[in-house]
Design a protein around this ligand. Structure first.
Ligand code: NAD
Ligand code: ZN
Length: 239
């Protein structure tokens, strides 16, 4: 396996997807025929689902919270923390994951473009900021309320909703000279376009995962393997 050499002038943008948490025991999204942990995404990850069946949506995210709390960061999450320690501000991590394994591994320069399992926010978007909420609710009656009185919803970007922090993400991609994408199928937009944006800026682009993603053609390099096995030895940082 070739090494990726990171020079003193390189700025690194990392995008991760569900695959980086697979070795921590969290199921990926399309692991089995488009189901996420046994559910059709339309039933649990859309604004319509929240409107029609909030009990099921909350049951699903409560289960994800319970499962996430039992999982630990794996060597891939830790390798990214170590890379950040070497690069400082020349490192930026954007995850599509809603679990908190990156921050529990120690990542700091990190955004969750699809939200966070450990937070909830107002269902009516009244303007109150998201609150920390790791509760595993067993019924809809238990779900907390916003200061305005509306019910809380998971702080998750559902399909059809606009991802978070897009301006910052575009700025970081704009100055990246190396993009590393780990464990994402390349089927969810806009994240699947980041590699194109990076290439337009002249960056090298590397994919790491056990199989080529749908947008494999857009990468300058595809490293096939599990994230936890590949990432720890992949980078050589020149000083
Ligand atoms: P995806 O489920 O569509 O694709 C997973 C990808 O990971 C696949 O390409 C697969 O080949 C790869 N993979 C599997 N095992 C791997 C390993 N050991 N190392 C590296 N790669 C591996 O995931 P996605 O593209 O991230 O889209 C899923 C969406 O659903 C995301 O937007 C995310 O918010 C959500 N989701 C989040 C989590 C989580 O937070 N852990 C889990 C499932 C889904
Ligand atoms: Zn409110």
């Amino acid at each position: 396996m070739g090494k990726i050499v990171i020079g003193s002038g390189d700025w690194v943008f990392v995008l991760t997807g569900a695959g980086i948490s697979a070795e921590s025991g969290l199921p990926t999204f399309r692991a089995s025929d488009g189901l996420w942990a046994g559910h059709r995404v339309e039933d649990v990850c859309t604004p319509e689902a929240l409107e029609l069946n909030p009990a099921l949506v909350w049951q699903f995210y409560s289960e994800r919270r319970a499962q996430g709390a039992k999982a630990d960061p794996n060597p891939a999450h830790i390798a990214l923390t170590e890379l950040e320690a070497k690069l400082g501000d020349r490192f930026f991590l954007c995850t599509q994951n809603v679990d908190d394994l990156h921050e529990r591994a120690g990542s700091k320069r990190l955004v969750h473009m699809h939200g966070e399992l450990a937070k909830s926010r107002c269902e009516d978007e009244c303007g109150q900021p998201p609150v920390t909420d790791r509760a595993v609710y067993t019924s809809l009656d238990e779900v907390g309320r916003c200061a305005c009185g509306a019910r809380l919803r998971p702080h998750i970007v559902f399909f059809g909703e606009i991802p978070l922090e897009m301006e910052r993400i575009q700025r970081e991609i704009g100055r990246a000279t190396l993009m590393v994408v780990v464990g994402t199928s390349g089927s969810v937009y806009p994240a699947a376009n980041y590699v194109q944006w990076a290439r337009q800026g002249g960056a090298r682009t590397v994919y790491v995962g056990p199989e080529p993603p749908l947008n494999a053609h857009a990468f300058t390099n595809v490293v096939e393997g599990k994230a936890g096995e590949v990432l720890p030895g992949l980078f050589v940082v020149e000083t």
